[in-house]
Design a protein around this ligand. Structure first.
Ligand code: TXA
Ligand code: MG
Length: 333
């Protein structure tokens, strides 16, 4: 049984107690719901991988209540300090070298000498992290490969009975995951576009290497971010990108003024607002997948989203959603 908790004082105490006891608790962040476990416990971290069906080579992000706590476990560079100052709490994850005394279980970092750390901008998440008093490892709270959850109901749809509790804080504001930035080299490398835009990061640090030509994150044969599998966020229906209208047997994921006549439609943002579209993205993919299957449709057509600002993160997720499961190559454009 998965306990359903509200983020009042009693719910937060219960959730923190479960986490300290090595159990799994899903909780909201500003980006998506995370599946949390005590990052210092190898057993608790192993339970995350088991509940999600996640490959062990894919490392987890450790969540902290403030930058000082994070930088006690990894070695901050001057760039990391500037970015933390500018964007934490917020949807930015920094990959840095672990300190030798870092108590985070090696499994959380998939055995790497680096660790991904972030401070989420969510009142309940921060209250929970403070109450736990330890780093909380938390991937998105979905079965591996599925669409990320932005509500407690999404979490339960995939993980009910497989996790100990979910803390319901309502829908997530940002809606796409954090931006992942590797700071271990000479220049920051963008491993995953996300809630903090590339443009905003460039404003603070000058230049950023694009480590991920959206789906090709393999540099000189090395997977910079082992978890950035090409097929991810995948609904069960096939996804067709850059569509200007839906065929008779397709559902339409619309962005901006939409053609009429689709058998099922979900509007990301009528006004063409990228922040609104990001917040709606995963709920839209889930809704159309469900409706499309019910109506016997054979796919989801997706209207173009501009490749700027939060559009980078949205297009990255859409490209992965359009990649057939088990495939290592993105679909032909
Ligand atoms: O917004 C988010 O980041 C959410 C919330 C819950 O915080 N979490 C999330 O976690 O999206 P997850 O596990 O679904 O994605 C983490 C990404 C993966 O692509 C993983 O490979 C990468 O971060 N990552 C984690 N540790 C890394 C490391 N040491 N080096 C490179 N990439 C790393
Ligand atoms: Mg994920």
């Amino acid at each position: 049984m998965t306990e359903f908790l509200f983020p009042d004082a009693a719910g937060l105490v219960r959730a923190a107690g479960l986490l300290r006891g090595g159990r799994l608790v899903a909780f909201a962040t500003e980006t998506v719901y995370g599946l949390g476990a005590d990052a210092t416990s190898g057993r608790a971290v192993a339970a995350i991988f088991a509940a999600k069906g996640r490959p062990h080579f894919n490392p987890l992000i450790c969540h902290y209540s403030d930058a000082a706590a994070a930088f006690a476990h990894v070695e901050p560079t001057p760039t990391a300090c500037r970015l933390a100052e500018a964007f934490w709490p917020g949807p930015l994850t920094l990959v840095l070298y672990r300190r030798s005394a870092c108590p985070v279980a090696p499994l959380a970092g998939a055995g790497l000498e680096t660790l991904a750390v972030r401070v989420p901008a969510h009142r309940d998440a921060l209250a929970l992290l403070r109450a736990v008093g330890r780093p909380v490892a938390a991937p998105s709270a979905n079965r591996s490969g599925d669409v990320s959850p932005t509500t407690a109901a999404h979490v339960l749809a995939g993980l009910s009975g497989r996790i100990d509790a979910v803390l319901d804080s309502g829908p997530c504001q940002v809606g796409v995951e954090s931006t992942v930035l590797d700071l271990t080299g000479a220049q920051p490398v963008l491993l995953r576009p996300g809630g903090v835009t590339r443009e905003a990061i460039v404003d603070v640090v000058g230049a950023v290497d694009r480590g991920i030509p959206s789906a090709g994150f393999q540099e000189a044969g090395i997977l910079r971010s082992p978890g950035l599998l090409v097929s991810h966020y995948a609904p069960s229906l096939p996804v067709r990108l850059q569509a200007h209208e839906a065929a008779a047997n397709e559902a339409l994921l619309a962005f901006g003024p939409a053609p009429g006549g689709a058998a099922a439609m979900f509007q990301l943002s009528e006004a063409g607002d990228l922040a609104e579209a990001a917040a709606n993205l995963f709920a839209g993919l889930r809704a159309l997948d469900e409706q499309g299957r019910r109506l016997g449709l054979c796919g989801i057509a997706v209207m173009p989203v501009p490749e700027q600002g939060l559009g980078l993160a949205i297009n990255d997720r859409l490209l992965r959603a359009a990649t057939p499961r088990g495939s290592s190559a993105p679909p032909a454009p």
